[in-house]
Design a protein around this ligand. Structure first.
Ligand code: NAD
Ligand code: TYD
Length: 339
């Protein structure tokens, strides 16, 4: 199969490409990535070296229709997996514009180009955050109404609606996946787990929003990647599939687990001004994906965190190299305002 993967230099996309190329000898992948502040070509340096004939990197924007048409034709692309997005909730609160440009407009441009360019299937990678927030009970199902609360999740919900419309209007073969919070190797250090690792390792204070009791369902990144693969290969056109990790944890427990793994004191924890519109709890019902695709997460949280901590310990150079000037500027202003 010949695949176009977008956003492959980000966290999940890079894990997906590495895993897929290792397990499918007949697969070639074109990775289209704009290399924003969150995209890092060095995250796939090993893949570039190992798969010269089966992997191509192209720097470009999913909102560039001409480029997309060229790539579809030049590489005989059969399916698109769209990971490319602006992904950080806090940045979307600070400035929603790039979220609308990439997540909404960019997705529509790529979708149109794929449909008119004869690409057979379009898999769109979305998030549990489109469903909004839960109280202490219940889980999100695929038929839970969308009720996004942040500019990020609103832009992802907008994209989901456009992908749905392509199926309903043109009968285009689309599949949407919605997954819970990922963690693991190559995650950018603006997200909770790598941010807290990075700060704790440097004995810096750990900013926990609000009371620290917001709950996320954590999934190890390769389990999510297997879910996307199953959706690509076995998903039904026009369907949505939820994936989760069966590992609901309050944030404070995640932070304490990390501190214990690093041998650092809990006195590093600081409760800071909450994120505006902070969703209280996410939890995923993924029985549909289990039943129809055979999806099941293979990692429990203890194993996933142990492997993640070890990876970050072993890859300190990667962690430092991805902290650009733009990254530091945002972090200083955002956390400066919450102290
Ligand atoms: P990330 O921020 O680590 O990576 C995003 C990648 O997209 C980067 O490489 C970036 O350069 C690229 N990109 C951004 N705008 C682009 C554009 N206009 N054109 C081409 N490339 C562009 O994100 P991630 O955590 O790997 O998330 C990947 C996808 O999975 C996103 O769609 C996200 O909404 C979804 N998702 C993420 C999580 C999570 O926990 N991280 C959970 C569920 C779903
Ligand atoms: P994050 O990794 O930003 O993912 P999302 O908001 O998409 O779920 O945040 C995960 C949880 O951690 C969320 O409840 C917000 C919280 N959080 C903090 O308490 N402090 C922080 O500095 C960050 C980045 C997140």
């Amino acid at each position: 199969m010949r695949l176009l993967v977008t956003g492959g230099c980000g966290f999940i996309g890079s894990n997906f490409i590495r895993d897929m190329l290792a397990r499918h000898d007949d697969l070639t992948i074109v990775n289209l990535d704009a290399l924003t502040y969150a995209g890092n070509r060095q995250s796939l340096a090993d893949v570039e070296a190992a798969y010269t004939g089966r992997y191509v990197f192209v720097r470009g924007d999913i909102g560039n229709a001409e480029l997309a048409h060229y790539l579809f034709a030049a590489h005989g692309i059969e399916a698109v997996v769209n990971f490319a997005a602006e992904t950080h909730v806090d940045r979307s609160i600070s400035d929603a514009a790039p979220f609308i440009a990439t997540n909404v407009a960019g997705t529509q441009t790529l979708l149109d180009a794929a449909r008119s360019g004869g690409v057979r299937r379009f898999v769109h990678v979305s998030t549990d955050e489109v469903y909004g927030t839960l109280g202490p009970e219940g889980k999100f199902r695929e038929d839970t109404p969308l009720a996004p609360n942040s500019p990020y999740s609103a832009s992802k919900a907008g994209a989901d609606m456009l992908v749905r419309a392509a199926y309903e209007t043109y009968g285009y073969d689309t599949v949407i996946t919605r997954c819970s919070n990922n963690y693991g190797p190559y995650q950018f250090p603006e997200k909770l787990i790598p941010l807290m690792f990075s700060r704790a390792a440097a004995d810096e204070p750990l900013p926990v929003y609000g009371d620290g009791l917001n709950v996320r369902d954590w999934i190890f990144v390769t389990d999510h990647c297997r879910g996307v693969e199953l959706a690509l290969l076995k998903g039904k056109a026009g369907e949505v599939y939820n994936f989760g990790g069966d590992a609901e944890k309050p944030n404070i427990e995640v932070v304490r687990t990390l501190l214990a793994a690093l041998g650092k004191p809990e006195s590093l924890i600081r409760f800071v001004t909450d994120r505006p519109g902070h969703d209280r709890r996410y939890a995923m019902d993924f029985t549909k994906a289990a039943r129809e695709l055979g999806f099941a997460p293979s990692y429990d949280f203890a194993r996933g965190i142990a492997e993640t901590v070890q990876w970050y310990r072993d890859n300190g150079a990667w962690l430092e190299s991805v902290k650009s000037g733009a990254y530091r500027q945002f972090m200083d202003s955002w956390y400066g305002a919450r102290a």
